[in-house]
Design a protein around this ligand. Structure first.
Ligand code: G4P
Length: 527
């Protein structure tokens, strides 16, 4: 095996996602703790935007600033190099999360045992399913009373549309929570009631029928566990790693991240089953991670909020080969050679300059405005990676220049913010008015604030009543022409000049779809 292949095979890059408050930050921290990457709890700053701060964007930006260092956390465990991709929990930053998922080779979904599957989780899993990303489910907060484990698994299967197979199983819940039985390893980890931060005992119970189990957890709990394990065997089809890697079945773990419970099982199983760096589709062929030549793509751009240092960090997922410092690479969209003197890797809670990184890794590149989301870097070959979509936004406002002397600054600012993926810009065909489309309300405040502080430009918003913006294409020239003529006042161009239909209402959209049967309406930017 070549050195390149050896290095690549050691990488495991994954994202942790959840609905806010399910315990993503706590689990991330505990994984780092168990992985030996940090020594004390509390070392990882939360990347989530505190509820109280929703109207205070300064605070948001400060928190975003903190989150740069923790956007990617690398650490070594059992000889592997693990990269955890953190994702913002706040729903208004959902697009950030979707894009981060394009850089993950697998995903861990955290679900609160009491709340079950929540809205944000459904959307995130939907995005994972689009690419058959392997998913592990971690059911958290077993130290509290919540839903029955079987009911919850049914809910997960139904709402998320995935097949599950438990690889660990809880013994009791809330005050009666005794621990988890590790189905994968056939072992039992017991929960110490005196000190919940410690695993009191790890006992191997190779034979679930042995009376030893009754002695340890009591006959009632032992009996229930035996029955439930039997039921699992009959209800859920056999678990295989192949099915997991194909995204066809999701192993489920139970635990309590806060109390360090079930986390070790999760991590140990993760390193055994999680996928190595995966190939990625480009517009010419699928690119294998083992390709000798380097390639990668930008999935996230983080602006420096300090106006004195206007640089940005572009996060690049390395798809193939080896990336080296001070080496010329091709920025395919701009057809321009670039080299990077300070590529940064992210280890646990700090950043450091790296000489070489390999497929699977994430590097941070300092950028003065060359990059936009989705850009491809290669050793010279011309291709673009696909699968980094924008989703059709849900909120819309006209953006107007509030300081006519600063038109240039405003345009530049809007341009760069859109490249970063903060929001999407549409220009109306009939009157050239500009519309900003976002996933959440918060982005409007962020844009206004950043235009003023970073670009010295002022904007104001005006309301527009829109239901949805979607891209459209058709082979049928005649229908296309007719549609464009009749809907002239509802047409716009996106930033790349593509046709967009601005539907006033669901009814208008349904009607258009019914009437123009040869026109395809697209709800993500990749079609
Ligand atoms: P998030 O990143 O998914 O938004 O969730 P986060 O880890 O911040 O956890 C949300 C809340 O749930 C936190 O409490 C956290 O302490 C708690 N939590 C996480 N895991 C468990 C668990 O296993 N059991 C119990 N009982 N609680 C858990 P908080 O009060 O909102 O915040 P904090 O003040 O404790 O940070």
């Amino acid at each position: 095996m070549s050195k390149l292949q050896e290095e690549i095979d050691l990488r495991r890059t994954f994202a942790i996602v959840s609905h806010p408050d399910a315990g993503k930050t706590t689990l991330t921290e505990k994984l780092l703790l168990f992985g030996g990457a940090i020594q004390t709890a509390g070392a990882v700053k939360s990347n989530k935007i505190k509820k109280s701060a929703t109207s205070d964007f300064m605070e948001i930006e400060k928190q975003r600033g903190i989150s740069v260092a923790t956007s990617v956390m690398g650490f070594g465990y059992q000889g592997l190099k693990i990269n955890i991709l953190d994702t913002p929990g706040h729903k208004d930053f959902a697009e950030d999360t979707y894009r981060t998922l394009t850089a993950a080779d697998s995903v861990i979904v955290v679900i609160d045992v009491a709340k079950g599957v929540e809205a944000q989780t459904e959307k995130l899993v939907e995005v994972c399913k689009m690419r058959d990303t392997p998913i592990i489910v971690f059911i958290n907060k077993l130290d509290r009373y919540g839903k029955d484990a079987f009911d919850l698994l049914d809910e997960v299967e139904q709402k998320l549309g995935i097949n599950v197979h438990p690889l660990s199983w809880p013994i009791g819940q809330g005050d009666d929570f005794q621990g988890v039985y590790n189905i994968y390893e056939k072992g039992l980890n017991l929960f110490s009631s005196e000190n919940k931060q410690h695993v009191s005992d790890v006992v191997s119970v190779n034979d679930i029928e042995s009376s030893e189990l009754d002695d340890i957890v009591g006959s009632d709990a032992a009996g229930t566990l035996r029955e439930e394990l039997e039921l699992i065997e009959t209800v859920y089809p056999e678990y295989t790693n192949e099915k997991y890697l194909e995204g066809k079945v999701s192993p489920v773990f139970f635990g309590s991240a806060l109390n360090n419970f079930g986390v070790q099982e999760l991590l140990d199983c993760f390193v055994r089953i999680a996928p190595k760096p995966q190939p990625k589709e480009s517009d010419i062929r699928e690119i294998s991670p083992y390709d000798e030549k380097f390639s990668g793509f930008v999935f996230k751009i983080h602006a420096n909020m300090d106006p004195k240092h206007r640089d940005r960090i572009a996060f690049v997922k390395i798809v193939s080969g080896k990336f080296s410092r001070n080496t010329n690479y091709l920025h395919v969209r701009n057809n321009k050679k670039l080299k990077f003197s300070n590529p940064t890797a992210f280890m646990a809670s700090k950043k450091e300059v790296v000489e070489d990184s390999y497929a699977g890794d994430i590097v941070g590149l300092y950028d003065s405005g060359n990059f936009k989301i989705g850009d491809t870097l290669t050793e010279g070959e011309k291709f673009m990676f696909s699968g980094i979509p924008s989703f059709s936004p849900e909120q819309f406002k006209y953006i107007e220049n509030a300081d006519p002397l600063k038109t240039k600054q405003l345009n530049k600012g809007v341009d760069q913010l859109m490249d970063e993926g903060v929001a999407q810009l549409f220009t109306k065909v009939d009157n050239n008015r500009k519309i900003i489309g976002t996933v959440g309300q918060l982005q409007y405040e962020v844009i206004q604030y950043r235009l003023e502080h970073e670009y010295n430009a002022k904007c104001r918003y005006e309301p527009i009543n829109l239901f949805k913006a979607c891209w459209f294409t058709s082979e049928n020239e005649e229908q296309l022409k007719d549609f464009k003529l009749r809907k002239l006042h509802n047409l716009a161009k996106d930033k790349d000049g593509r046709d967009v239909f601005l539907a006033d209402s669901r009814y208008a959209l349904d009607l258009a779809q019914e009437k123009y049967t040869d026109i395809e309406f697209h709800f993500t930017s990749e079609f």
